[in-house]
Design a protein around this ligand. Structure first.
Ligand SMILES: [Ca+2]
Ligand SMILES: [Ca+2]
Ligand SMILES: [Ca+2]
Length: 353
């Protein structure tokens, strides 16, 4: 009986004290682990942005607002063996989908599209080939296109203008653009210093978080693409974010660092791996940008500037760990919302009251 009560109590959503300025609510419950999430207007049937999340089962969930409620649907039907081309025949079914991004990668279609990366088969832990997909809504339903089939897990994806950048455990970076006849990926980096765990867009390129401790910046130059080590720590990088000038890095040793040129400021420390980096205007009552992080400790932490110091507040605790954090405008009120997802299959939205 005691065990049952414990189980029931841990399944409850923690309540937030009235004086707490941050409101955290569970907006969706998936049946299995969610690897990552993104925010963007991917479904023109519903006003405003939706939340996209990738699942260990290969499902992609799109969660939209209906009045006061949030409603999610799986939009990815895994391809079946023998479907059409030889490549689909070889791939068989779809494995765990790891990370996702939203952008206008098909300007010929209305709204934004979803790009996802992960495994062809099995989970992140199994070795085997990876894949990148594009998903989009048409009047007839959701469609998908294979962007790239990779010899190893694809773990990182981001969109810059019309271009999709993907990278993973092969330590290579591919740039793919949708040509008239289909996706045309080409290799732009042949050897990263480590496996790529996360990719974010820069104004003129991409930054990649690598598991050797490097943050690598890839930019176009006269001869093609130039790679530089922008930062290094003696810990695997997990997730990164940028405001165009500074970098925020959430690492495997639980350290959250704000990097401004040579200046490194530790904003938060967790006893477990961090898996969330958000740098955005989360609190419109405070000047400048705020920071959010999360990780295997299941805590969503908001960090705000107070004078010369930074103050971290835990705004939600999940009995299971979180695996990703995203931000975007979701409630029509000033300030971006933070969205977290992870092992419990829950999507939690945090907003300034
Ligand atoms: Ca929409
Ligand atoms: Ca602010
Ligand atoms: Ca808002």
């Amino acid at each position: 009986m005691r065990c049952l009560i414990l189980l029931l109590s841990t399944a409850c959503v923690p309540t937030v004290p009235d004086e707490d300025p941050w409101l955290a609510e569970v907006v969706f419950q998936a049946p299995a682990k969610l690897g990552s999430c993104a925010v963007g207007d991917v479904d023109p049937r519903f006003e405003g942005a939706e939340i996209v999340a990738t699942c260990v089962t290969g499902d992609i969930y799109v969660v939209h607002r209906e009045g006061e409620k949030w409603v999610g649907e799986s939009v990815f039907d895994p391809p079946v063996r023998g479907e059409g081309s030889t490549i689909f025949g070889r791939i068989g079914k779809t494995g765990e989908m790891i990370q996702c991004a939203v952008g206008d990668v098909r300007p010929d279609l209305p709204g934004l599209e979803i790009v996802v990366v992960g495994m062809i088969e099995g989970s992140e832990r199994s070795s085997g080939p990876g894949a990148a997909w594009c998903l989009y809504r048409t009047p007839d339903g959701w469609e998908r296109e294979l962007i790239r089939y990779d010899p190893a897990l694809l773990h990182a994806v981001c969109v810059v203008k019309q271009d999709v950048f993907v990278a993973g455990f092969e330590k290579q970076v591919y740039l793919a653009r949708r040509e008239e006849q289909g996706w045309a990926p080409r290799q732009i980096v042949s050897e990263l210093p480590g496996a790529a765990k996360n990719a974010i867009p820069l104004q003129d390129g991409v930054a990649l978080a690598c598991n050797n401790g490097s943050i690598v910046v890839v930019r176009p130059d006269d001869s093609g693409w130039k790679t530089e080590d922008a930062d290094w720590r003696d810990a695997a990088r997990g997730r990164i974010a940028t405001d165009g000038k500074r970098l925020l890095s959430a690492d495997d040793d639980g350290v959250l660092t704000l990097i401004d040129g040579e200046d490194h400021t530790v904003l938060h420390r967790s006893s477990k791996k961090l898996r969330g980096a958000v740098l955005a205007d989360l609190d419109p009552t405070r000047a400048g940008l705020e920071v959010a992080t999360t990780g295997y400790d299941g805590k969503i932490v908001i960090v705000v500037r107070e004078g010369d110091t930074w103050k971290a507040t835990t705004v939600f605790s999940d009995p299971q760990g979180f695996h990703h954090l995203a931000s975007g405008e979701l409630d029509g009120e000033p300030g971006d919302e933070v969205v977290a997802c992870g092992y419990s299959g829950r999507i939690v939205m945090v907003t300034r009251r």
